[in-house]
Design a protein around this ligand. Structure first.
Ligand code: DAH
Length: 370
């Protein structure tokens, strides 16, 4: 029987002496590569007579296996030694401060929406939502807005060129008020909801962006009157602005979906040329700022939403979320809200850990001081 032990011993010796992984790889190629010496022996089997092949094949196979095993074992040993060396030299100082991870911040609009949800949750309101792509009926008709209403005009509202499959004219909702209708229809009465979200109008200048945010409020119950509305708004605004001295002025107004309708103003003082909410707007050096629209829900809206207006009545209000954020946290350009400028977000954003709670205060600390 053929004997390849000399070859095998030589291979083992060289493998054992290989200094590093690349030397080991060179040896693997030398023995087992396509042109390798052991591969050559295997190839030579093909040219042998059957008898000779039978006599030599087992030994050649055994040689190949022995060399392959020796290579694998040496490789494993080298890698283990390398790890061992790293473990011995690298030390971990657990007392060092951890490197600061880059973290995002909460956008003021999200923060204010969270604050609103928290305040109204305490008053028994839940959060309702509706689609931003709305039908004309929910956005206008069910809210008692007549065909002649200016908001229905093409140049004020973003309509979609094509109607829905069922023929409805579709648009980007112009206010959150359609959520009133949708919630009355799906949940019935009694109801206490707020509906925050995006709304769209064909408007663009320093104080108007084509997309902005509103929050709608709706209470439907028995024997609801303007007193409930005023108390709720007062409680909400005091909690939101974290000032006990917020004073409201209700001014008669008109909205198709409320009757009677009121415009709500808040008193402010001029401090160093800046408006600071608080106090009566009639005091010297003070003024009134229009903040939100509201009123008792028009009985036609209640009826179109599938409820009996003789049994159920309620109040509603709508207010700009971006506007609330600007008033509370002092930004003065609405457009910057939606530019996505990281520097602005760093400055005005909030820590994700700063969750508004009524016990700890709904007002948030900025992640970076102004
Ligand atoms: N939907 C009105 C707007 O976008 C705001 C509004 C006014 C909402 C009065 C109401 C309300 O719910 O009662 O201008």
């Amino acid at each position: 029987m053929a004997d390849y032990s000399v070859l095998e011993n030589e291979a083992r010796e060289r493998i054992g002496a290989a200094a590093d992984l690349s030397a080991l790889e060179a040896l693997r190629i030398e023995f087992l590569g396509k042109q390798g010496s052991v591969s050559g022996l295997l190839k030579s089997l093909g040219a042998m007579s059957p008898e000779e092949r039978l006599a030599k094949a087992p030994a050649i196979q055994a040689l190949r296996e022995a060399v392959a095993n020796a290579l694998a074992a040496r490789k494993e040993a080298m890698e283990a030694a390398e790890l061992e060396a790293r473990l011995a030299t690298e030390t971990l100082d657990l007392s060092l401060p951890a490197p600061e991870l880059p973290k995002g911040s909460v956008h003021p609009v999200s923060q204010v929406m969270d604050e609103l949800a928290e305040i109204f949750a305490d008053l028994g309101f839940s959060v309702a939502t509706g689609p931003e792509i709305e039908g004309e009926w929910h956005n206008f008709t069910a809210l008692n807005m007549p065909e002649s209403h200016p908001a229905r005009a093409m140049h004020d509202t973003f309509y979609f060129p094509d109607a829905a499959p069922d023929g409805r004219k579709m648009l980007l909702r112009t206010h959150t008020s359609p959520v009133q209708v949708r919630t009355m229809m799906s949940a019935g009465a009694p109801l206490r909801i707020i509906a925050p979200g995006r709304v769209y109008r064909s408007d663009s200048d320093a104080t108007h962006t084509p997309m902005f945010h509103q929050v709608e409020g709706l209470v439907i119950d028995r024997d609801i009157h303007l007193g409930h509305l005023k108390w709720t708004l007062e409680t909400f605004l005091k909690a939101f602005f974290e000032r006990e001295d917020i004073v409201l002025r209700l001014r008669p107004s008109y909205f198709p979906f409320t009757e009677p309708s009121v415009e709500v103003d808040v008193g402010f003082a001029l401090v160093n040329g800046k408006r600071v909410l608080g106090g009566s707007g009639d005091a010297p050096g003070h003024g009134w700022m229009e903040l939100l629209g509201s009123g008792m829900v028009n009985r036609r809206v209640i009826e179109m939403s599938g409820l009996d207006p003789d049994q159920w009545q309620g109040f509603a209000f709508g207010v700009g979320v971006d506007r609330l954020a600007m008033l509370k946290y002092g930004m003065d350009d609405l457009r910057a809200f939606f530019d996505g400028d990281v520097r602005w977000l760093k400055h005005y954003g909030f820590s994700f850990l700063d969750q508004p709670t009524l016990s700890a205060g709904v007002g948030a600390q900025r992640t970076h001081a102004p």
